[in-house]
Design a protein around this ligand. Structure first.
Ligand code: AMP
Length: 204
C-alpha cells in the first residue's frame, strides 16, 4: 500500500502518519524527520537544507527527491509506505511517479487532512510550548515567523497538489479538526474504500 499524506503544517499529519504506519505495518517516511536528521549529523544534504528549513521555506526539489529515492526503494518499503511531508510541489509529485514507474509501481491513494488555517498557528505554538515543558527538542521552525512562511509555501506550492491528485482520482479528504482517534478511523475508512475492502483490520 503506497500512500501520501497531505496537510498544512500543524494539521496533525505526523501524528496520523505514525499511527497509520503502525496500524498498517508499513514504514512512515517523513522527509522533515529525514532532513532534520541530516542537519543534526551535518551531512552535505543537511548543510544545504539547514538555513531554508529554519526560515520555514521549502528545500530544493532535487535535494528532497534524492533523499526520498533512497528510502522508497529500500527492502522495508517493499510492501508499501506512508509518505509524510512529500511531495510538497507538483514537480516532486512527478518525480515520485517516475521513481515508482521505474519499478512498475504506483500510488494507491493520497489522503488530505483538511484544517482551517486559523487553528494552525495555535496548534504549532502549543506544540512548541509542550515540547519545552516536557524538555523535548523544540523545532527551530515552530515559531510564529517561520510558520507564516510555512503556510505561505503550503498555499502557494503544496495546495495545488490537491487538484493534481483529484484529477487523477486518487485524492481522499478527511476533516482534520475532529478528535485524533476519529481522524485516524476516518483515514483507515478512506483507505479501505480506496482499496475496495469492507474494513481494514488495524494491527494491535
Ligand atoms: P515537516 O517536518 O514535514 O514539517 O518539514 C519541516 C521542513 O523540512 C519544511 O518546512 C521544509 O523546510 C523541509 N521539508 C520537508 N519535506 C520537504 C519537501 N518535500 N520539500 C521541500 N522541503 C521539505
Amino acid at each position: 500500500m503506497r500512500i501520501v499524506l497531505l496537510g498544512p503544517p500543524g494539521s496533525g499529519k505526523g501524528t496520523q502518519a505514525i499511527r497509520l504506519a503502525q496500524q498498517l505495518g508499513i514504514p512512515q517516511l517523513s522527509t522533515g524527520d529525514m532532513l532534520r536528521a541530516a542537519v543534526s549529523t551535518g551531512t552535505s544534504v543537511g548543510r544545504k537544507a539547514e538555513a531554508v528549513m529554519e526560515s520555514g521555506g521549502l528545500v530544493p526539489d532535487e535535494l528532497v527527491v534524492e533523499v526520498v529515492a533512497q528510502c522508497i526503494l529500500q527492502p522495508d518499503a517493499e510492501n508499501g509506505f506512508i509518505l509524510d511531508g512529500f511531495p510538497r510541489t507538483v514537480a516532486q509529485a512527478r518525480s515520485l511517479e517516475d521513481l515508482l514507474l521505474a519499478k512498475q509501481l504506483n500510488l494507491d491513494c493520497v489522503l488530505e487532512l483538511r484544517v482551517d488555517e486559523d487553528v494552525l498557528l495555535g496548534r504549532i505554538l502549543n506544540r512548541a510550548r509542550e515540547a519545552k515543558i516536557n524538555r523535548h527538542a523544540v523545532r527551530v521552525d515552530d515559531t510564529e515567523e517561520a510558520l507564516k512562511v510555512r503556510l505561505q509555501e503550503y498555499r502557494r506550492r503544496t495546495e495545488p497538489l490537491t487538484d493534481y491528485y483529484r484529477s487523477k482520482g486518487i485524492l481522499r479528504s478527511v476533516d482534520g479538526l475532529q478528535p485524533i482517534n476519529i481522524v485516524a478511523a476516518s483515514l483507515l475508512e478512506a483507505i479501505a474504500r480506496e482499496l475496495c475492502v469492507p474494513k481494514i483490520q488495524a494491527r494491535a
